[in-house]
Design a protein around this ligand. Structure first.
Ligand code: NAD
Ligand code: TDX
Length: 334
C-alpha cells in the first residue's frame, strides 16, 4: 500500500478523485487535507469517510503540512481557490492559497523528499482566438494569465518548476481544461445553469456566449492524473490534459435547455466577465503518445444528461446555497 495525501479532496475534482481512486486503485491509502472553504463540502466524501482519513486544515499551515507530508509517499495537490469571478472581486485568498499554499507544500516535499503531483489548469496560457481551430495550447505555450485566478495558478506552476530545478524535488504537473460532472459548485457555468432551470430562474450567459471552453468529464481528468502518477517523468514534466471537447458557451447552454425540456432560447445575456478569455483548446498529444492515456467519456450530450440527472437527484446538496450564490451574481448584474 502507498500513502497518498490529497489536498482539496473535498472540492469538486478532488472528491471525484477520491471516489475514482477508491474504485480503481486499491493500492492507495488515502488522506485528505481540506480547509472546507465555501467550495469544499464534507458531504462529497460522506459515503467513504470510513475508508479514508479526513483532516480539516489549511495548506498554508506549515506545521500541519510538514507533519502530513512526512507521513505520506505521494501528494496530489488539488487545493486552490478556483473561481475566476471571485478572483476579480477579491484576489487575496487566491494569492494566499494558490501561491503561499503551494510554496508551503513544496517546502515540505523538499524537506521529506516526497513525490508531488501538482494540479493546474489550461488557463495559465491565457486564451486563443475563437476562429483559429488549428491553434491549441501545448506544453510549450507561453504563460499568459488573464485573471488573478489564472495568474496565481501560473505562479504556482512556476514555483513547482523552480523547486524541481533548484532543489531536485520529484514532481509532475498537469494542466487540464474545463471539467464537468457531479459535485461541481453551483457558482460554475454548467451547474449554475442547470440549477437555475431547476429553480425556475432564467439561465445567464455572459456577453455574446461565443466564448469556447474545452470540456472534459471529471473522471477522464482523474484517470489522466493516475496515468501520470504511474508513468509520468518526475523530473518536473508537465502534461496537458484534454479530450477535444471544444464547445461555445451558447451551445452548452442551449443543449442543457433542450435536454431539460425547455425552449433553447429561454435564457438571458448578462454583463460580460472582465478580461473574459475567449477560447481554450488543449493539444493532449504528449499525454496520449508518451503515456498512452485516452479519455473515455467524450460524448458531451451524454455527459450533460448525466450531470443534469445528478443535480436533479441531489437537490439537498445544492438547494440551500442557491439564493446566496445568485444574490452575489445579481450584485454584479450577472
Ligand atoms: P473547488 O473550488 O471545487 O475545490 C477546491 C477545494 O480546495 C475545496 O474543497 C476547498 O475547500 C479546498 N481549499 C481551498 N483553499 C484551501 C486551503 N487554503 N487549504 C486547504 N484546502 C483548501 O475546485 P476544483 O474545481 O475542484 O479545482 C481543483 C483543482 O483543479 C484546482 O487546483 C484548479 O485550479 C484545478 N483545475 C480545475 C478545473 C475545473 O474545470 N474546475 C480545470 C483545470 C484545473
Ligand atoms: O453564469 C455564467 N455564465 C457564463 O456565461 C458563468 C458562471 C460563466 N459563464 C461563462 C464564463 C466562461 O466562458 O462560462 C464559461 C465557463 O465559466 P466557469 O464555469 O466560471 O469556468 P472558467 O472561467 O472557464 O474556469 C474553469 O475552468 C478552468 C474553472 O472554474 C477553473 O477552475 C479551471 O481552471
Amino acid at each position: 500500500m502507498k500513502n497518498i495525501l490529497i489536498t482539496g479532496g473535498a472540492g469538486f475534482i478532488g472528491s471525484n478523485f477520491v471516489h475514482y481512486t477508491l474504485k480503481n486503485h486499491s493500492e492507495y491509502q488515502i488522506t485528505v487535507l481540506d480547509k472546507l472553504t465555501y467550495a469544499g463540502n464534507i458531504h462529497n466524501l460522506e459515503t467513504v469517510l470510513d475508508k479514508i482519513e479526513f483532516i480539516r486544515g489549511d495548506i498554508c499551515d506549515r506545521d500541519l503540512v510538514d507533519e502530513l507530508v512526512a507521513k505520506t509517499d505521494i501528494i496530489v495537490h488539488f487545493a486552490a481557490e478556483s473561481h475566476n469571478d471571485n478572483s476579480l472581486k477579491n484576489p487575496w485568498p487566491f494569492i494566499e492559497t494558490n501561491l503561499v499554499g503551494t510554496a508551503t507544500i513544496l517546502e515540505a516535499v523538499r524537506k521529506h523528499d516526497k513525490r508531488l503531483h501538482h494540479i493546474s489548469t489550461d488557463e495559465v496560457y491565457g486564451d486563443l482566438p475563437i476562429n483559429a481551430p488549428n491553434q491549441k495550447f501545448t506544453e510549450s505555450s507561453p504563460y499568459h494569465g488573464s485573471s488573478p485566478y489564472s495568474s496565481t495558478k501560473a505562479g504556482s506552476d512556476l514555483l513547482v518548476q523552480a523547486w524541481v530545478r533548484s532543489f531536485g524535488i520529484k514532481a509532475t504537473l498537469s494542466n487540464c481544461s474545463n471539467n464537468y460532472g457531479a459535485y461541481q459548485h453551483i457558482e460554475k457555468f454548467i451547474p449554475r445553469q442547470i440549477t437555475n432551470i431547476l429553480s425556475n430562474l432564467t439561465p445567464k450567459l455572459y456577453g455574446t456566449g461565443e466564448q469556447v471552453r474545452d470540456w472534459i468529464n471529471v473522471d477522464d481528468h482523474n484517470s489522466a492524473v493516475h496515468t501520470i502518477l504511474e508513468k509520468g517523468d518526475t523530473n518536473g514534466q508537465m502534461y496537458l490534459i484534454g479530450a477535444n471537447g471544444e464547445q461555445s458557451n451558447k451551445f452548452i447552454l442551449e443543449t442543457i435547455l433542450e435536454l431539460m425540456g425547455k425552449d433553447k432560447n429561454d435564457y438571458e445575456h448578462v454583463k460580460d466577465r472582465a478580461g473574459h478569455d475567449q477560447r481554450y483548446a488543449i493539444d493532449a498529444d504528449k499525454l496520449r503518445a508518451e503515456l498512452g492515456w485516452t479519455p473515455k467519456y467524450t460524448n458531451i450530450r451524454e455527459g450533460l444528461k448525466n450531470t443534469i440527472k445528478w443535480y436533479q437527484d441531489n437537490d439537498a446538496w445544492w438547494r440551500n446555497q442557491k439564493a446566496e450564490v445568485e444574490q452575489e451574481y445579481a450584485r454584479n448584474n450577472q
